[in-house]
Design a protein around this ligand. Sequence first.
Ligand code: ADP
Ligand code: MG
Length: 273
Amino acid sequence: MIEVRNVKFVYNEGAEDEKEALHNVSFTVNDGEFVALVGHNGSGKSTLARLFNGLLAPSSGIVKVDGMDTSDKKALFDIRKTVGVVFQNPDNQMVASVIEDDVAFGPENLGLASEEISERVEWALKSVGMAEHRKGTPFRLSGGQKQRIAIAGVLAVKPKVMVLDESTAMLDPLGRDEVMNVITRLNREEKMTVIMITHFMEEAALADRIIVMRDGRVAAEGGKEIFRKRELIESAGLELPVAARIAAKLRERGLDIEGDVTLPGELIDALCP
Ligand code: ADP
Ligand code: MG
């Protein structure tokens, strides 16, 4: 679904403040996969998110989305229909003063019939638990609620790929759980491809695969077994999930804990089989 091949990206190329944000990055994301993209600040995650939907084009190398080259300007409309990105700051993503109009903005741009638009708006708002707010204004909502509206706006376009760039960062733990439940359900039931950029290792642990970025390069990729590589994770400026840290400590003290423990429930199962 997404192919990143030998991608270099330079901001302000040729200027004094030029900055190479990505150096020769390659990976693929399969259709229907749930991938977590993790890494410390400045490691290039948001740059990748902008490359996925053609907001940026690589300085060299290729980014392909569902077979379409993002450097091909004629393909941009279809690429943006295919990849929906939810960004960090919900305030920059609001376009209308009534919530349902805000969520309708994307599907309206697709030129859909008004019945189809209202169905999608209702479905998307229900999916994020904000249906009762549809007539309200987004400006009075909390950051977390605004972010759920932004997610609904992307959902309403029904993209094949949903990219969330630290989109849960402003939510309280409950709101974060709600969003993660929505995202995992969309991935499992609607086969939506999900790329989740996150600082929360517990969220990354829900993914099929984890890609670790460090200083504009892929430092590691793999399944949950990646959390066994404590040094590698920590050298990328990240922390292991709490359950994995506790499991590692218990292993150090001689307890025999089998399997890849990354979620609290798995730790409980390992300790109380
Ligand atoms: P992350 O999302 O992992 O924090 P980014 O992709 O935002 O990382 O940034 C990668 C690098 O590119 C950083 O060094 C950052 O300072 C730089 N960078 C990001 N955006 C810009 C920009 N618009 N202009 C210049 N440099 C940028
Ligand atoms: Mg970022």
